[in-house]
Design a protein around this ligand. Sequence first.
Ligand code: ADP
Ligand code: MG
Length: 324
Amino acid sequence: MKKKRNVVYFTPVVKPTKNLEVVEEKVEEKIEEKFEEVAKEKAIEIDYSNPLIEVKNLVKSFGDLVVLNDISTNIYPGEKVVVIGPSGSGKSTFLRCLNCMEDPSGGSIIFDGEDLADLKVDINKHREKIGMVFQQFNLFNNLTVLKNITVAPIHLGVKRLRRAQFKNFFIKIGNAFRKEKKPLIESKSKKEIIKEATDNAMKLLKRIGLEEKANVYPSTLSGGQKQRIAIIRALNMNPKVMLFDEPTSALDPEMVGEVLDLIKDLANEGMTMVIVTHEMGFAKEVGTRILLMADGKIAEEGTPTEVFDNPKNPRTIQFLKAVL
Ligand SMILES: Nc1ncnc2c1ncn2[C@@H]1O[C@H](COP(=O)(O)OP(=O)(O)O)[C@@H](O)[C@H]1O
Ligand SMILES: [Mg+2]
C-alpha cells in the first residue's frame, strides 16, 4: 500500500465512498497527478514513489510563541517547493527545522529513513546532505573563496579518515588472532581528500565564471557573486536537497537575476529544492508546488497556477495583493 500523505490542505476531487482508505488513495493519486502535470510542463522529473523528506505534524515554539503549528507535508525527489507568506509566518523556522538548525518541539521530520526530530539521531550525517543558502550569504569573511567552498568537505573527509584509521587499528589487532582476516576500511588519504575538494570547488567556480576569484576574500566581491559562491559551497557537499531562505532579498536589484539564473539551472538539473522567496515571477516559473504559510500553518497549497491565479484562502489573497 502507498504511504499516506497529509491531504488536509487539498480539495478532494473524488466522491466519498464508505471505504476511507480507498478515498484517501484516490485523493492522493489526484494530488500527485496535478503536480506531475506541472512537472511535465516544466520538463522536470519528480519521483513520487518515496518522499525525500516527510514532515509530520511539525510544531516549533519559542517559549509561549507557537511559530510552526502542526505542519505536515512531503517533499519528493525532484520537487521545487516554493514557500511564500507574510513576514513572521514561520518560513525561515520551517527551513531551519528541516536543516536541523532548530530542534522541533513536536512532530517528526523523516529524512533518509531517520527522524531528524529525534534527539538521539546523529543529525550531522544528515545535515551534510541538506544544503542551505541564507539571505545574508553567511560566507566566512576570514577565509578565501576557495577555502570557503572546501572547508566543510575537507573537514568531513578528514574526520572520516580518522575514524577509519581508529577502527582499522582495532581490526588489525583482531586480525592478529583471527584465522579469517577482516578487511580494513578503505579511505582516501588526506592529500587525496584535499585534492578532490579543491578540484570540485574549482570546477564549480568555473561553472559560475568566478574561477579567478578563488584566492580573494569575500569582502572584495559583489553581493551577487557572494551568493553564487554560497550556493556552490553548498553544492560541493553533494546535497540531496537544497534549501534557500530568501536568497535574493539582500541583493541590489541588478544582481538578483544572476542568482535566480543559477538556481533555475540547478532546478532544471533535477535538484530537489525548497525555496522561500518573495520573487513571485520566479516562484511561478520554477515552482512545481507552492505552499503559502500564514500564522505557522500551511494556509494554502497548490500548483503555481492555482495559488497565483486562483487563490482560495483569504490569507493568500491578502498576501498576494500586498506583494504583486
Ligand atoms: N530563535 C528565536 N527565538 C524566539 N523567537 C523566534 C526565534 N526565531 C524566530 N522567532 C519568531 O518566530 C516567528 C517566525 O519567524 P520566522 O520563521 O523568521 O518567519 P519568516 O521567515 O516567515 O519571516 C517570528 O515571530 C519570530 O520573531
Ligand atoms: Mg525569514
